[in-house]
Design a protein around this ligand. Structure first.
Ligand code: TPP
Ligand code: SF4
Length: 344
């Protein structure tokens, strides 16, 4: 977006008069507030903004944003968002989806949106459960998750949303937490990226999967279990007392202690958000295995977008040609109906 055209709004301008129908304490509220707080900082216009969702608790989001919006069918937000963006590439398109919506019924659609690189923001609310349909296990639920559909515990191995996104060709992959103060800055980076920006947001479902992220979100546990990466900065955590290093023997990331803040001597790596291999290692680093979780903008390496390519192709195909509707209508097999003669 052109900086000159920045538009002034307040968070209130992005709120609707709709009654919010999430359970009290649901992480969705925190994400909604963060988005409503971020929009004024982006300097964008509500009438140029579209929120598109599938089906799920999180997918009620468009009702609560004072913008255009589509609450579509289960897993199909990417298809509708693609149509919206191709019809008017100037619109700012946000997709809101759940782990079930995006990775189960919508897995195929999500993959193609990301590999095509439609210019939009995908916010995947990961609560590792189906909230709306009362707690069945989802593609991100951990092994052993007990639910109405798995009373003896799920035996499925979970999918990693960020790994799925990176493997599908996404050029922007980030992770955040519903209630964390860094969420707006991750949203801003996603918006600044031209192309499909994929943001996984750990979202607490207080009713069906409460505290599943507590090992790294609880105040006491957070410093030792959250690693917020920043491009060009050493990958440090635990208030700078620990960092990640690449072991040259097993080619894996390991935690090292940093003595007296000397991260270079400790061999701590520096984050490079354009490094695909590093992004994969950071995504894989210990989630679900009790170790620290890597958060923030993990991969950000733009390439031309699908919508731009379609616009350019259409312009090239029609260059120098004048539209002639009559010619188009009479193209191919046409015939003239002869005047009916007298019946014999
Ligand atoms: C075609 C179809 N199949 C199944 C459903 C039932 N259904 C509605 S929402 C949902 C899953 C929601 O889970 P998730 O995407 O994780 O969102 P959450 O509610 O947790 O935010 C399912 C299976 C449906 N609405 N339509
Ligand atoms: S069921 Fe879970 S995800 Fe859905 S509104 Fe309630 S707390 Fe939120």
């Amino acid at each position: 977006m052109n900086e000159m055209t920045k538009f002034t709004t307040t968070p209130k301008d992005w709120e609707t008069d709709q009654e919010v129908r999430w359970c009290p304490g649901c992480g969705d509220y925190a994400v909604l507030k963060a988005v409503q707080r971020t929009m004024p900082e982006l300097g964008v216009r509500p009438e140029n903004t579209v929120f598109v969702s599938g089906i799920g608790c999180s997918s009620r989001f468009p009702y609560y944003m004072e913008t255009y919006g589509f609450h579509t069918i289960h897993g199909r937000a990417p298809a509708v968002a693609t149509g919206v963006k191709l019809a008017n590439p100037e619109l700012d398109v946000w997709i809101i989806t759940g782990d079930g919506d995006a990775l189960s019924i919508g897995g195929n659609h999500t993959m193609h949106l990301l590999r095509r690189n439609l210019d939009c923001q995908v916010l995947l609310f990961n609560n590792e459960i189906y909230g709306l349909t009362k707690g069945q296990y989802s593609p991100t639920s951990r092994v052993g998750t007990r639910s109405p559909s798995t009373p003896y515990g799920s035996v499925d191995r979970p999918a990693s949303p960020c790994s799925f996104a990176l493997g599908s060709g996404a050029r922007f992959v980030a992770r955040a937490i519903d209630t964390h103060k860094n969420l707006p800055s991750v949203l801003k980076a996603a918006h600044a990226h031209k192309g499909a920006s994929f943001v996984e947001i750990y979202q607490n479902c207080i009713v069906y999967n409460d505290d599943v992220f507590a090992p790294f979100t609880e105040k006491k546990a957070a410093p030792d279990n959250q690693i917020w990466v920043e491009d060009g900065k050493p990958v440090l955590f635990a208030n700078g007392a620990k960092g990640l290093t690449l072991n040259r023997t097993d080619l894996k990331l390991h935690v090292v202690d940093v003595v007296d803040g000397d991260w270079e001597a400790a061999g701590v790596i520096v984050h490079d958000q354009t490094n695909h291999g590093l992004a994969q290692m950071l995504i894989d680093f210990a989630p679900g295995e009790g170790g620290p979780v890597v958060l923030g903008v993990i991969f950000n390496h733009p390439r031309p977008t699908f919508d731009r390519a379609v616009v350019e192709q259409n312009a090239a195909a029609t260059a120098g040609k004048k539209p002639d509707l009559q010619k188009l209508i009479s193209k191919g097999q046409t015939w003239q109906v002869e005047k009916a003669g007298p019946t014999l």
